[in-house]
Write a protein that binds this ligand. Structure first.
Ligand SMILES: Cc1cc2nc3c(=O)[nH]c(=O)nc-3n(C[C@H](O)[C@H](O)[C@H](O)COP(=O)(O)OP(=O)(O)OC[C@H]3O[C@@H](n4cnc5c(N)ncnc54)[C@H](O)[C@@H]3O)c2cc1C
Length: 456
């Protein structure tokens, strides 16, 4: 089959590329290849009863399929250049924000209308943070919620399905250059195109590395974020989450001057497993529908590590720590903060007696046997710092799940059009190492689509 544009990966990056291309030129022949399932067939087997924890399916329904890693996410679209990626370094700060606002408009058009846009502008919380040596980053955040995010994806798919050829459960195994374009190969089938957009996210990071090696595209190692997911009664953070929903707060530790930051805050949410290439880590999300709310709020506390010489594999370092937790706990480990401070493991009995009821069935254990001392010390310091603006954070019953690891893809060398040195081959979204959020990944998709439309 011959296409004008082939998109590999149907996450937010790929979807927004397809959307913009279709709307910019209805005569284009576009195909999207996705190794996972269509949205309605994506089903994680964990039901909390028969299947309590991750069974490592060959294709993870949480990470793969239409909607990508974002499909069952909390649907928090942060409109900011302060976190979520470095797209602005390629396309400029103003354009990056404009594109994130455009993505927001599309999300509202396809079902997100009525959801709330939160903002850090004019908040007194910023001052309170400063007073306690904490730093609140500026952002607007649209919270679609896991339920509404699903509806938006469903509606966008219905809009696109007759205009784009979608190939689900089709893993692209290689991309080769041809005269005037590319050949995209899946098993024994080959498809050709003039322009190819690769948007394979974090789950496609290893494959992306192979493509770059084969095509002689330079890459740079990226950082890895390691930490824990904190779960506590929603009341403890309600003054922040009611006003801001998500607050990204950064703290510089006194002991090592490392930066620890809050990440992915889910008021009244649930803690979940995440499977990246067979390694089980922890994440969280929450629903827009109040009927699905829990009594708890969860968020991550993360520390970044970036290795360059002689060891370059930051992700490998993060993976090893996650593997260790999987080895000791059979998956994710949960520990009460009070147990961690007293140097003892949590066990079933102590967790059962805790006033905070865990929303994820994780194995009670000891995170100090898994997380390197320097990182764990930083997290403990941050918990005490947060306790000053949200008293109760450092309570004994606060639950810590580990490990949470944010893997970043290596940075692919791209020009200002997000194009590789192989003309016509674009790399967008989290797979490029440039973005690591729904809004930035989606915006990068729109940006490249507009560039291709201009070129055509
Ligand atoms: C549980 C969870 C919650 C999250 N919550 C938020 C949030 O609230 N806000 C936020 O900003 N971000 C959140 N994120 C991160 C966000 O989902 C990602 O930043 C975003 O999805 C990146 O989009 P993408 O299109 O670049 O990649 P992805 O969404 O990862 O999509 C890539 C797609 O490519 C497919 N693919 C990979 N390799 C191949 C191949 N060889 N052939 C064919 N297809 C392939 C994958 O199956 C996948 O569907 C969350 C992530 C998770 C896992």
């Amino acid at each position: 089959m011959n296409y004008d544009v082939i998109i590999v990966g149907a996450g937010p990056g790929g979807i927004f590329s397809a959307y913009e291309l279709v709307n910019g030129n209805k005569d284009l022949k576009i195909a999207v290849f996705e190794l996972g399932n269509p949205l309605e067939k994506r089903k994680c087997p964990i039901d909390g009863k028969k299947v309590k924890s991750c069974i490592k399916c060959p294709i993870c329904a949480i990470m793969s399929g239409f909607g990508g890693a974002g499909a069952f996410s909390d649907g928090k679209y942060n409109i900011t250049n302060q976190f979520g990626g470095t797209l602005y370094e390629y396309i400029g700060k103003t354009q990056a924000i404009e594109l994130m606002r455009y993505v927001d408009k599309i999300n509202l058009k396809y079902g997100g209308e009525g959801t709330k846009l939160y903002s850090t502008a004019n908040t007194s919380i910023k001052k309170k943070c400063f007073e306690n040596d904490l730093h609140l980053l500026d952002a607007q955040v649209r919270h679609l919620g896991t339920d509404m995010n699903y509806v938006v994806l469903e509606n966008i798919y219905n809009e696109l399905k007759d205009k784009v050829d979608f190939y689900f459960r089709t893993e692209i195994t290689s991309v080769k250059m041809t005269d005037g374009g590319f050949e995209v190969i899946s098993g024994d089938k080959a498809y050709s195109c003039k322009n190819c957009i690769i948007s394979v996210g974090r789950s496609g990071s290893k494959w992306m590395e192979t493509v770059c090696k084969e095509m002689n595209i330079p890459t740079k190692s990226n950082r890895v974020d390691i930490g824990v997911r904190v779960e506590l009664p929603a009341e403890v953070f309600s003054h922040l989450t009611d006003e801001l929903y998500e607050s990204k707060i950064v703290y510089r530790t006194k002991q090592f001057e490392d930066l620890v930051r809050t990440f992915c805050m889910n008021p009244h949410g649930v803690v979940v497993n995440e499977n990246t290439n067979g390694i089980v880590t922890v994440n969280g999300h929450s629903y827009e529908d109040p009927k699905l709310h829990t009594d708890n709020t969860n968020f991550a506390l993360l520390v970044s590590k970036h290795f360059s010489e002689p060891f370059k594999d930051s992700n490998g370092y993060g993976e090893s720590i996650a593997r260790l937790s999987n080895m000791l706990g059979g998956g994710v480990i949960v520990q009460r903060f009070g147990d961690l401070i007293r140097g003892r493991r949590s066990n079933e009995h102590r967790i059962a007696e805790s006033y905070v009821v865990p929303t994820l069935a994780a194995t009670p254990g000891d995170l100090s046997l898994v997380i390197p001392k320097r990182i764990l010390d930083g997290i403990i310091e941050m918990i005490y710092a947060l306790d000053k603006i949200a008293p109760g954070t450092a309570n004994d019953d606060t639950l810590l799940y580990g490990v949470e690891v944010k893997f970043y893809n290596m940075e692919v060398e791209l020009d200002e059009n997000l194009e590789t040195k192989q003309k016509g081959l674009f790399v967008i979204g989290d797979g490029s190492g440039v973005t690591h959020s729904l809004s930035h990944a989606s915006a990068s998709g729109v940006y490249v689509a507009r560039h291709i439309l201009e070129e055509i």
